[in-house]
Design a protein around this ligand. Structure first.
Ligand SMILES: CC(C)(COP(=O)(O)OP(=O)(O)OC[C@H]1O[C@@H](n2cnc3c(N)ncnc32)[C@H](O[C@H]2O[C@H](COP(=O)(O)OP(=O)(O)OP(=O)(O)O)[C@@H](O)[C@H]2O)[C@@H]1O)[C@@H](O)C(=O)NCCC(=O)NCCS
Ligand SMILES: Nc1ncnc2[nH]cnc12
Length: 285
């Protein structure tokens, strides 16, 4: 049997792999902080190392779950997720580095624990099924938002009210379509995590993702059309395998900094992609 530590260290590695990847438009990397003046690479190292205990607890919650309705498993891990968010915020002096990543990784870890306890093989399909079964009522989060004050609403909730966007909850409740249909197949083609492969996976997912961080920073949902055009141009230039592609990423980083734009939600999806890749590619070992 694989154990909680075995899986949680993949989660930590996935967060660190994403953080060190360079150059990323608007995001923190080891060379600069992108459009995030309040964080740097050390903030990301601290954050990535702050929530190991909660990740293990989420896996164990899944492993020990004995009910039939997996929505109850999800409900049982929400307090652990909140504790992980608290640990993260303490480690970063109150900057949000990994909120979306904690949410997604936590749910997958609980799902992995459940699959292991049921002696089910961990595959992309079994993982997607268990995540969907756990999060069947996740979108109920959006019910009753009108009762919240403006200040109490999260950015994701505001975007749901204004545009019907589902944000990170939609990605999870639909079983990670952006990750499993686009990010992971591309990473599997490369067969390994490298700076080159991860940059291309990030940019490909940017094309498909409705990144609530990007929309908030731009203050305009039309930014999603623009993000598609920059991804297309990036791959036309040959992506991370060409000097032209890398030069373009550096130019985009400058532009994102000057316009205060970021793709934090897509960075979180890169973390999820790397995590699932590490889990599934190490299954047979
Ligand atoms: C469900 C929750 C995660 C809350 O979600 P909600 O959407 O309501 O709240 P947000 O505060 O908007 O956070 C969502 C985070 O998810 C990331 N994200 C955004 N879009 C997507 C997407 N399409 N797919 C996947 N992930 C996405 C995003 O994270 C990145 O953005 C960070 C910075 O964002 P922000 O704090 O807004 O800050 P800045 O613009 O940089 O700052 P300012 O300039 O404004 O100061 C970045 O670092 C990335 O991490 C969003 O942040 C949830 O909180 C919840 O329910 N939690 C309870 C715990 C729980 O239930 N857990 C379940 C078990 S683990
Ligand atoms: N490298 C990064 N920079 C900014 N926000 C992020 N969220 C996740 N990874 C990030």
């Amino acid at each position: 049997m694989k154990n909680a530590r075995y899986y949680s260290q993949f989660a930590q590695r996935a967060m660190l792999y994403e953080a060190v990847c360079h150059p990323k438009p608007g995001l923190v990397d080891p060379v600069n902080s992108g459009a995030h003046q309040d964080m740097d690479i050390f903030t990301f190292i601290d954050s990535s190392c702050s929530m190991q205990k909660e990740f293990e607890d989420m896996y164990l919650a899944g492993y020990q779950f004995e009910g039939n309705d997996l929505n109850e498993l999800f409900d049982s891990i929400r307090p652990i997720g909140l504790k992980a968010e608290k640990e993260m915020m303490q480690s970063t002096h109150n900057v949000n580095t990994h909120k979306g990543a904690i949410f997604s990784l936590g749910i997958i870890l609980a799902g992995l624990g459940h699959l292991e306890s049921q002696k089910k093989t961990v595959t992309i399909d079994s993982l997607q099924s268990v995540v969907k079964a756990m999060t069947g009522h996740l979108l109920d989060d959006f019910k009753g938002l009108e009762l919240k004050t403006e200040e109490a609403l999260t950015n994701g909730e505001k975007l749901y009210i204004d545009y019907g966007l589902l944000g990170v909850r939609g990605e999870v409740a639909q079983g990670f379509p952006t990750v499993l249909n686009y990010g992971l197949p591309l990473l599997e083609q490369y067969g390994a995590c490298s700076n080159e492969s991860l940059l291309n996976v990030l940019m490909l997912m940017l094309y498909y993702n409705e990144d609530s961080n990007l929309i908030k920073r731009a203050g305009d949902i039309k930014i999603l059309n623009w993000s598609k055009t920059i991804v297309t141009r990036y791959f036309e230039k040959g992506g991370s395998q060409t000097e032209e592609g890398i030069t373009y990423l550096n130019e985009l980083n400058d532009l994102f900094i000057s316009e205060n734009l970021s793709i934090g939600g897509t960075a979180d999806l890169l973390i999820v992609t790397v995590f699932i890749f590490l889990v599934t590619s190490n299954q047979k070992k």
